[in-house]
Structure formats: structure tokens, C-alpha cells
Design a protein around this ligand. Structure first.
Ligand code: FCB
Length: 525
């Protein structure tokens, strides 16, 4: 272990700590990385059948409750009502105006990676039709738009001077949003790394942290006079896991070593880019959108409770605690830190006193401890002794996610308690339902209305109980390219005809418009 001024991890609860660490080192040394442990983070997904999950179960959760939708609930007047999107999922124009190739361009163009051979070459064509997107938001009475900037539009090869055509696009978008009285809420990285940087080693290469900080500084200079609210990353745990360990997302790697190295580079990048942005724009608000899930023990047994704490640490804290506390979570002390590439002084470099914690939340997780036989027969459960499952007690979305608003309540309250009541932005929540137009052209997606109604009720309860929540962003403005699922999963408040790119507001969009206009949920509407 390299010399560190601070402890890397807090005290581990694990009595197997040393054994497991040695075991992990021996696996790494033997190059057995591809087999290891799928599904560290991922939850429900139509394509998720990751090893290491417990299978779907549904323990009786005494704390679970349906949130009362029969009473009226008001939100603060200055609450932000928004939707969220991401560049690769909506923009299209994948090689226009000197944009460079991204890892998602490369991945989606590789046969067999995306359902039905879909790709984001055109998607919603927002690169050309962004005025229509803003018109949708106006019609929905929204006052916040979370969108992401495509790094290879700004720096086609991941470094060097800015591509002015790329800057112009986002500049026009930000101006038009301000004109429409909609807050531009900008994600700097939503998964589309320039391919050139991937060729140089990608996120497992520590140099990528410095490249990212440079890119962020370029945007702070170019847009920081109009954009004041930024997210450095979208769901670091998702792209580090799915892209480097499970291989289901770009760049498609399946390596424990890459997963560990990429984790640490992203934590360094979060620290470096936070300071780079603040150096240019000291008064900006900077956070990250973390993917989170409540992690419940499957039973009241001590091993299951410990498994739930570990699941919470890997799911919710792996990128948050390094930023806010300058350390990795104690419950994960068995990870082999030398393999992560941690150097002296790195803990201080990871620190980023984020102005807000962005939370993306869709579902809950049920955690249990693997039994002795499972440990012996599955290498991954020695390294990461947690089995994760989704719940089965409530109806599911078309993508297989159980609707569980209690998860939003539990996570917001836990982050509020454990991190000294930070400002929280709900940066994503939503559901896939593939309802299409009826004979009269209307899209009656009443299940989506019910989803958002329940999650908003849960959110209102957190605020009544003391959480400092500033916004809710529905995922997503309009149906778009859903990563490995291609166009097969529709999450939008507006329907997208992918042949013509015609946008039509669904019933859920009309409902959301009323909620946003009044900043209030009314029973029976
Ligand atoms: C989140 C992603 C977002 C979208 C939704 C459904 O994990 O951040 O881009 O795909 O899931």
C-alpha cells in the first residue's frame, strides 16, 4: 500500500478482509478479470441478467408504504421543474460540424452491441430540431432543462482548442433557454468520451482526469457567463461498471482491473474538474448526478444487513464519498487499492466540495449475503460478497423496474442525514412504457402519470421531513435512444416518431405541465 496521509478506507466490518484482498490480487495477477463480478451496480434492466444477483425477490419491507396520493401537496415557489436528456441519446448529427467520433459512435456501429442494430446517428435530431425541444418544454411550463454536452463536439480528439461550431451549438441552446426562462442545467459528461482518448487508454488511464479538467475549463470560459449550474458527471457508477466491467455499454470492456482503475481516474477527474470550473467561474454551482438506489437487506440477519451496507457503499457512495470526504467508503475496504492505481496525495485530489448532490433514482435494491457454498463456487462473491436483486412487490415498468417510490424517500433522507443536509437536485427519475398513439393520435400513458405522481409524493415527504430538495427532472423530455436497448424503450413525456422525428406531447406531458405550472400535486388529476 502506498504511503497516504489519510486512511484510504474507514474501518472495514469484514473479518475476511485480508483474505479477500489477497484473493483479489491473485485473481488480478492471474488475469481472471473478465469473469469478475458482473452487476456491482446495475439494477433492473431488460438486458440485465448479471451474475451475482440473487434473482428477484420481495422481502416484506415493514417501512414500505404507498404514498398518499389523495391529498394535495405543494412544492416551494422557486422549485425547479424539469426534464433531462443526454447528447448521444437525442442529438444525432454524429459527424457534423467537425465533431469527433465518440466511444458511443464506435460501440453502436459495432454489430451486435445494440438491440435491433440501432444507433444514435440521427436519434431525435435535436442538433437541428432543438427549437422544437424548447417549444415542448414551454408547453410543459418547465423552468429547468438538464442536457449534456458532447465532449467530441467541443474537442474532437479530446484535447486542444475548442471547435467553435460545437461551442456555437450549445451557446445558441443556452441563449434560447434563457430567453424562454428555462434554467440551462448542464451535464459535462454523459458517457460519450472522445474515441481518441479511449485509444489512449480511456478512463482506466489516469491522464484522462487532466484531459477532462481541461475540457471543463474550456466550457466554463465559453458558457459560464450564461450557465451557472453544472454537473461534472452523469452516473459515474453506471459508465464505469457497465462500460468497463460488464461490457454492456461503451467502450465494452470486461475487466476488473479496468473497472478499478477507471473508478479512481473518475474520482480524480471529479476533483480536478471541480476546481478547474471554480477557478474560472467561482460563483457557479457544481455537482454530479449520481445514480442511486435504496439498498435493503433481504432479511433481518446480520450478514444480510452487512450486505445491504456494502451494496449502499458501492451503489451510492463510491463516487460521492471521495468527493465530499476525501476517502473511499469503509464498507468496501476489501477492494485492492494498489490495483486501483492510487498514489500518494490522491485522496486530497479527489476532494470536491460539491454545491449539490444530484440524484438519479429509478428503483430499489434488495441485498443479501451469499452462503458459504455460493462463496466457494463463485469467485465474485469472495471479492464482493453481496447478492443484489430487484423487488417483486409492486408493478413493473416495461423495462422491468419495480415501481417503488419509497426508494426515493429512503435515499434522499439517508444522504441528508449522512452528509449534513446537502442541497439535493433530483436529476432523473422516470419509467419506460411503450404506449403509442391511439386511433385519434393521443398517447394515453396513464401509468407514467401514476409513476411520477407517486415519486413526487415521496419527494414531498422528504422535504416535509427536512431534506433540502431543489428540483425534480423527469427522465425524459421525449422518447430517445436508450443505450444498449436502442429505441425499444420509451421514457418520454413526449412521443417521438423516429422516422420523421415528429414530437407529440403525451398525456403525461400534459399532466406534468399542470403540476409544474402550479408547483402542486392535486388529488384526482
Ligand atoms: C439513466 C441514464 C439515462 C437514461 C436513463 C433511463 O441511467 O442516466 O441516460 O438512459 O437511465
Amino acid at each position: 500500500m502506498p504511503p497516504h496521509p489519510y486512511r484510504l478506507f474507514g474501518d472495514s466490518h469484514s473479518t475476511l478482509r485480508q483474505t479477500r484482498r489477497e484473493f483479489a490480487h491473485s485473481l488480478l495477477a492471474a488475469g481472471l478479470t473478465a469473469a469478475l463480478p458482473a452487476g456491482l451496480f446495475s439494477g433492473c434492466s431488460v438486458s440485465s441478467n448479471a451474475a451475482g444477483t440473487a434473482g428477484s425477490t420481495g422481502p416484506a419491507n415493514p417501512r414500505a408504504r404507498q404514498f398518499d396520493t389523495s391529498s394535495e401537496v405543494s412544492f416551494p415557489r422557486n422549485f425547479f421543474w424539469g426534464t433531462a436528456t443526454a447528447a448521444y441519446q437525442i442529438e444525432g448529427a454524429w459527424k457534423e460540424d467537425d465533431k469527433g467520433e465518440s466511444i458511443w459512435d464506435r460501440f453502436a456501429h459495432t454489430p451486435g452491441k445494440i438491440k435491433n442494430g440501432d444507433n444514435g446517428d440521427v436519434a431525435c435530431n435535436s442538433y437541428h430540431r432543438w427549437r422544437e425541444d424548447i417549444a415542448l418544454m414551454r408547453a410543459m411550463n418547465l423552468n429547468s432543462y438538464r442536457f449534456s454536452i458532447s465532449w467530441p463536439r467541443i474537442q474532437p480528439t479530446g484535447s486542444g482548442p475548442a471547435n467553435s461550431k460545437g461551442i456555437d451549438y450549445y451557446s445558441r441552446l443556452a441563449d434560447a433557454l434563457l430567453e424562454a426562462r428555462i434554467r440551462p442545467f448542464v451535464t459535462l459528461y454523459h458517457w460519450d468520451l472522445p474515441q481518441t482518448l479511449e485509444d489512449a487508454g480511456g478512463w482506466p488511464n489516469r491522464d484522462t482526469a487532466a484531459r477532462f479538467a481541461d475540457y471543463v475549463a474550456v466550457l466554463a470560459h465559453a458558457l459560464g457567463d450564461r450557465v451557472s449550474d453544472w454537473m461534472l458527471f452523469n452516473e459515474p457508477s453506471a459508465f464505469v461498471d457497465l462500460g468497463h466491467l460488464e461490457g454492456r455499454h461503451a467502450p465494452g470492456r470486461k475487466s476488473l482491473l479496468d473497472f478499478l482503475r477507471a473508478s479512481h481516474t473518475v474520482n480524480l477527474a471529479q476533483g480536478a474538474s471541480f476546481h478547474a470550473l471554480k477557478a474560472v467561474r467561482p460563483s457557479s454551482r457544481v455537482g454530479t448526478a449520481f445514480s442511486m438506489s435504496s439498498c435493503e437487506p433481504a432479511t433481518d440477519s446480520e450478514p444480510d444487513k452487512l450486505a445491504a451496507e456494502r451494496a449502499h457503499a458501492i451503489t451510492n457512495l463510491w463516487f460521492l464519498e471521495p468527493a465530499l470526504k476525501g476517502q473511499y467508503p469503509a464498507a468496501l475496504a476489501f477492494f485492492p487499492e494498489t490495483a486501483m492505481g492510487i498514489k500518494s496525495g490522491d485522496l486530497e485530489k479527489m476532494r470536491a466540495p460539491l454545491d449539490f448532490v444530484g440524484i438519479n433514482l429509478y428503483y430499489r435494491t434488495i441485498a443479501s449475503a451469499p452462503g458459504a457454498m455460493e462463496r466457494l463456487s463463485h469467485a465474485q462473491e469472495w471479492l464482493f460478497p453481496v447478492k443484489k436483486a430487484s423487488g417483486e412487490q409492486c408493478p413493473k415498468t416495461d423495462m422491468g423496474c419495480e415501481i417503488w417510490p419509497q426508494a426515493l424517500y429512503d435515499v434522499v433522507m439517508r444522504i441528508t442525514r449522512d452528509f449534513n443536509r446537502p442541497q439535493i437536485e433530483i436529476t432523473e427519475s422516470g419509467c419506460a412504457y411503450n404506449d403509442g398513439p391511439d386511433g385519434d393520435g393521443a398517447i394515453r400513458d396513464t401509468r407514467r402519470i401514476e409513476y411520477h405522481r407517486q415519486y413526487l409524493q415521496a419527494l414531498a415527504r422528504t422535504m416535509a421531513d427536512g431534506a433540502d430538495v431543489r428540483s425534480y427532472h423527469a427522465w425524459t423530455l421525449m422518447d430517445n435512444f436508450e443505450w444498449a436497448e436502442g429505441f425499444s424503450q420509451r421514457f418520454g413525456l413526449a412521443y417521438m416518431d423516429f422516422k420523421t422525428q415528429k414530437r407529440t406531447i403525451k398525456e403525461s406531458g400534459r399532466w406534468y405541465a399542470k403540476v409544474a405550472a402550479e408547483s402542486r400535486l392535486r388529488p384526482g388529476e
